[in-house]
Design a protein. Structure first.
Length: 560
């Protein structure tokens, strides 16, 4: 436990890692609580039809035991990759716990993935089984021929008639599998470095890579969760996130740590994020601690007077995945009455920089300082630490309990991820004299214009603060004179009408609020801003479009 008292320096000095010789995520998340307080509330699930179901720790653990026995009866066990293709809900949690009990490897996958994305991950991981709903089964059936290692699909909503058979696969009804299994199971012995889960990177910069984590990944997250949520857990805490549990954000920034601390979690994610529903859910379930990514917070900004319309009991909000930005930071203080504690990490090594307003560690536009237990620096291309104020790459000192074990079947990529004693992130940032870090952007997202290096996130956040803008994507457009110019692609809010005058207004809005060198010289209105399944703007698509348009203009000038 983090000793959350005194000053930031006191908290940093008072923390030491103590990794046990044996450790299993399922034991920490469910077994221990089920043994001590079997009736303690763990999960409240609200399904798409509005039905509610409450799960105690005892029920969750007993059901996970049944599933572990059922999976073992299918010949699955230690080291096998078992994919979970499900939305937020009790079955998703139970699958994770059963897999950890078996010492198998959980492979969480988003239900928003198309067949190509599923095919790549399932084939690359060598998954032997998939737990899915009927829609997931149909997707797997479509790509069955390219998955030589796959043997079983366990279907959670097969219904009385059972699921459709798939040639060459064992298709199993989850309910029948559970009914035939014992609720007693002896968890396989595991240590901190025993592989537990593999989460694929979002693929914003090249093909997705499977980041393999040991059971210690949960332990590694705990001090960051305690730090960001200001002495978590507190009496009465209830946790929720709109983030998909298939990603590190939903799974490790909220679900598993909250349950490990005995805090009940609300499962109630909609397929398409609705800010009014988010406020309603926070009010309905008296949510006190939430993980809400920046894109979702920007959409929540569009709701007028949230504290007047909803009875909000929020104590803390943590946010990560992209830069939060000053505009959203200040909006939350004014309209929600709290400081959003921004934090930073990657799928490979998460929550290593963070904010904690109660300790005075929170500044607009900055992602925070080192979280207790971690060492972070800004380094140059040789791995040397840079002095305060210099732009470089954010790096994390290895070894670190929250750091991944390796990239699955990509040893060269694993080696390339490290530079001496540092795990390099590919993210550009600046650290000041006090250790606060400003996130500039992905190395390939940074815009070079007239000698300035410009991060797109701050401009996107600024644009989203204009009442006519819903979301924005900002990229660099090739330019002979300036190297690149700032180009903004803007999705308008309902009721706003695209026009040259509005484009000029938005350019001037950024120029006045940020600086003369950061404003977008070009504003293009678009119908949609594509997001990754983890909620990040896919800038690569807009960068490719901007480069293609610039090339076409150059070609046109040549022929003229």
């Amino acid at each position: 436990m983090l000793e959350y008292r005194g000053t930031y320096d006191d908290v940093m000095r008072g923390f030491r890692w103590q990794l046990p010789r044996t450790y299993n995520i399922a034991t920490a998340v469910a077994e221990d609580w089920a043994r001590r307080e079997p009736d303690r509330l763990a999960l409240v699930h609200r399904d798409a039809a509005g039905r509610e179901e409450r799960w105690s720790y005892g029920r969750i653990d007993a059901t996970a035991n049944r599933l572990a026995n059922g999976l073992r009866s299918l010949g699955l066990g230690r080291g096998d990759r078992i994919a979970i293709l499900l939305p937020q809900g009790p079955e998703t949690l139970i699958c994770h716990l059963a897999i950890y009990k078996l010492a198998a490897i959980a492979l969480p996958l988003s239900t928003l993935f198309g067949v190509e994305a599923l095919s790549y991950r399932l084939e690359h991981a060598g998954a032997r089984a998939v737990v899915a709903n009927r829609a997931g089964l149909a997707a797997v059936a479509e790509i069955r021929d390219v998955l030589p290692d796959l043997r079983h699909v366990v279907v959670v909503d097969a219904g009385p008639a059972g699921a459709e058979p798939v040639p060459g696969l064992s298709v199993v009804d989850l309910d029948r599998l559970l009914a035939a299994a014992s609720d007693r199971f002896e968890t396989e012995p595991t240590g901190p470095d025993t592989p537990a889960m593999m989460i694929y990177t979002s693929g914003t910069s090249g093909p997705p890579k499977g980041a393999l984590h040991g059971h210690r990944v949960l332990l590694g997250h705990l001090p960051g969760i305690e730090f960001v949520h200001e002495g978590f857990p507190r009496e009465g805490d209830v946790a929720w996130t709109p983030a998909d549990w298939a990603w590190a954000g939903g799974l490790l920034n909220l679900l598993l740590p909250s349950l490990a601390f005995g805090v009940p979690v609300i499962a109630g994610r909609q397929e398409k994020f609705d800010p009014d529903f988010a406020y309603w859910l926070i009010e309905r379930y008296r949510v006190r601690t939430a993980f809400i990514p920046p894109t979702a917070l920007r959409l929540m900004r569009r709701v007028d007077n949230p504290r007047g319309r909803y009875d909000l009991q929020l104590r803390t909000i943590g946010s990560a995945g992209e830069s939060l930005g000053s505009e959203t930071f200040e909006w939350a203080r004014a309209d929600l009455g709290l400081t959003v504690n921004e934090f930073y990490g990657q799928t490979e090594c998460n929550i290593v920089i963070g904010s904690s307003a109660k300790l005075g560690v929170a500044r607009a536009g900055l992602i925070g300082r080192c979280v207790p237990g971690h060492k972070v620096a800004i380094v140059d291309e040789t791995g040397d630490e840079l002095p305060a104020g210099e732009l470089g790459q954010i790096a994390i000192r290895a070894p670190d309990p929250v750091m991944f074990l390796e990239y699955w079947r990509k040893p060269e990529a694993t080696v390339e991820k490290f530079l001496g004693d540092w795990m390099i992130t590919g993210d550009v940032g600046v650290m000041d004299e006090e250790g606060y870090v400003r996130f500039v952007g992905r190395d390939d997202d940074v815009i070079t214009s007239s000698g300035y290096r410009i991060g797109p996130a701050e401009i996107e956040d600024c644009l989203a603060g204009h009442p006519a803008v819903a979301l924005a994507a900002v990229v660099g457009r090739p330019d002979r004179l300036r190297t690149e110019t700032v180009a903004a692609f803007v999705k308008l809010a309902p009721g706003a009408v695209p026009s040259p005058d509005l484009a000029a207004t938005l350019r001037d809005y950024v120029r006045k609020r940020l600086s003369a060198h950061e404003y977008p010289r070009e504003v293009t209105f678009v119908d949609e801003i594509p997001l990754t399944t983890s909620g990040k703007v896919i800038r690569r698509l807009f960068r490719e479009r901007a480069h293609a348009e610039a090339a076409a203009e150059e070609a046109s000038k040549h022929w003229e």
